[in-house]
Design a protein around this ligand. Structure first.
Ligand code: NAD
Length: 492
């Protein structure tokens, strides 16, 4: 069995506790690797290394262009290793090789884009309203950044944070999910090859309470950027607030995917299925509430059920597989629990509703694609994030009603709108409270386009040109070019 240590100050580092956690393969249900079980002592070592690298040595001395070049070189190395890294992710999280490989081929773009932005960080000269002063701004890196990631798309979600953090000149300590740490540890091995100084990127693995919490609370950490559940996000936000740390949170969702009577139904049905059954529903942007206008409701339900029924389940490494296992056993149990909650609430089961017993699923943690109809938006199945292949279908009559239902949830991450009416497309994109609205498509992301949540779905934005600002702080510099010093007791 493979054993992974922490990665601190450019070297592999055994855990202070000398204890290990097992990393399990969701397709077989069996462990395939061990990862270091970190604690506060390991966090201390990693933060100290990151702080040293931020304040002394080669990293702060690098020009911004040279820093950007390192990121571009890293992008090339990731591209070379994409199939291997994707395979490791599949072994850890059970998502389809096809999906993880496509993600890994796209991930280098984040490093290229933010590498290109590194030497475009500029201050301003301020046109002051006072004579005798010259005032300009500097955009300076925040310092040591803690990056905490979840298990569903480890390297892609890491790229959204790591690329802009490094481009800004910060140093980092990464705490990957205890369920899927291997790919992050493999990725950081590539950093030294391309010439990143030691200590710029560090990884400490282990549990949230034992590694995540001491990391968030460490006095030398200036920013925490987190992707995960809203429950953990709330805890992190509260803890970080004590030391006035900067915080960015990408949390969960209960995204509405809304089909109007005038939609192209072939596309809409495809979009509905892709919104909830792709990635086995384990994506923050899952379109888990399907809102369907009354005129096409029955037809859409029939077609979505037919398409979902045909989804091929099985080994996520096989090219023909469409729905893989649930990543972790606790998550598998949580999904089944939500199915029974929905049935108890009176939702009507139209498909699935149980663990998959198909021979091709072996001992893996598979749940049948599940569809509930007759869902009322007040039910728990419509309000709480399941993070699995469970779709709630809600009927509506009018555009106003669709907006009301769509927004009547505490989350606001994504939303889909299916219509051929251009006016309605604009109206809906304005009225829906979500960080992303897709019209006649679903689950599209890019390094160029801002991503983040409204309401309980998070704080801050990732991706796009502004995301680099999240790792910078502004300094205002005043130079006296000849103003009289004047009365010392009066504001200048
Ligand atoms: P989680 O909140 O359980 O864990 C996320 C990370 O936080 C893990 O690394 C975990 O070890 C760590 N953690 C746990 N407790 C901590 C603590 N007290 N202090 C610091 N760190 C702690 O989430 P998960 O189950 O791994 O991921 C699934 C969730 O992530 C879903 O809710 C999903 O919607 C969300 N998600 C959001 C996005 C987004 O961009 N908005 C993307 C993917 C996933």
């Amino acid at each position: 069995m493979q054993r992974y240590t922490h990665y601190i100050d450019g070297a592999r580092s055994e855990p202070a506790s000398q204890t290990w956690l097992s990393s399990d393969n969701p397709f077989t249900g069996a462990p395939w690797a061990e990862i270091a079980r970190g604690n506060a002592a390991d966090v201390e070592g990693a933060v100290a290394a990151a702080h040293r690298a931020f304040t002394t040595g080669a990293w702060p001395a690098l020009s911004a262009s040279a820093r950007g070049q390192l990121l571009v070189r890293l992008a090339d190395r990731i591209a070379e290793h994409a199939p291997r890294l994707a395979e490791i992710e599949v072994r850890d999280n059970g998502k389809l090789f096809a999906e993880m490989h496509a993600q890994l081929q796209y991930v280098p773009q984040w490093y290229r884009y933010y590498g290109g932005l590194a030497d475009k960080i500029q201050g301003d000269v301020i046109p002051l309203d006072k004579k005798g002063y010259f005032n300009f701004t500097r955009r300076e890196p925040l310092g040591v950044v803690a990056i905490i990631t979840p298990w569903n798309s480890p390297l892609m979600l890491l790229a959204w944070k790591l690329a802009p953090a490094l481009a800004a000149g910060c140093t980092v300590v990464i705490k990957p999910s205890e369920f899927t740490s291997a790919s992050t540890l493999e990725l950081v091995e590539l950093l030294a090859d391309v010439g990143f100084p030691n200590g710029v990127v560090n990884v400490v693995t282990g549990l949230g309470a034992e590694v995540g919490s001491p990391l968030v609370g460490h006095e030398l950490v200036r920013k925490v950027t987190f992707t995960g559940s809203d429950a953990t996000g709330r805890r992190i936000n509260e803890q970080a607030a004590r030391d006035f740390k900067h915080v960015a949170l990408e949390l969960g969702g209960k995204s509405p995917n809304i089909i109007f009577d005038d939609a192209n139904l072939d596309d809409a049905v495809n979009g509905a299925v892709s919104g909830i059954f792709a990635a086995t529903g384990q994506t923050c942007i899952a379109g888990s509430r399907l809102l369907v206008q009354a005129g096409v409701h029955d037809e859409v339900v029939k077609r979505v059920v037919e398409l979902a029924k045909m989804a091929r389940m099985g080994n996520p490494m096989d090219a023909g597989t469409q729905v893989g296992p649930i990543t972790t056993r606790p998550q598998f149990e949580k999904v089944l629990e939500y199915i029974s909650i929905a049935s108890g609430e009176g939702a009507e089961l139209a498909l699935g509703g149980q663990a998959a017993k198909r021979p091709e699923c072996g001992d893996g943690w598979f749940v049948e694609p599940t569809i509930f109809t007759g869902v009322d938006n007040g039910m728990r199945i419509a309000q709480e994030e399941v993070f699995g292949p469970v779709l709630s279908v809600i009927r509506f009559e009018t555009e106003d009603e669709a907006v009301e239902i769509a927004n009547d949830v505490r989350y606001g991450l994504g939303a889909g709108v299916w219509t051929r009416d251009i006016g309605r497309a604009f109206r809906m994109s304005e009225r829906i409270q979500a960080g992303t609205v897709w019209v006649n498509t679903y689950r599209a992301v890019s390094y160029l386009s801002p991503f983040g949540g409204y309401k309980d779905s998070g704080l801050g934005r990732e991706n796009g040109i502004d995301a680099i600002q999240e790792y910078l702080q502004t300094k205002s510099v005043w130079i006296n070019t000849g103003a009289a010093t004047g009365n010392p007791f009066v504001l200048k």
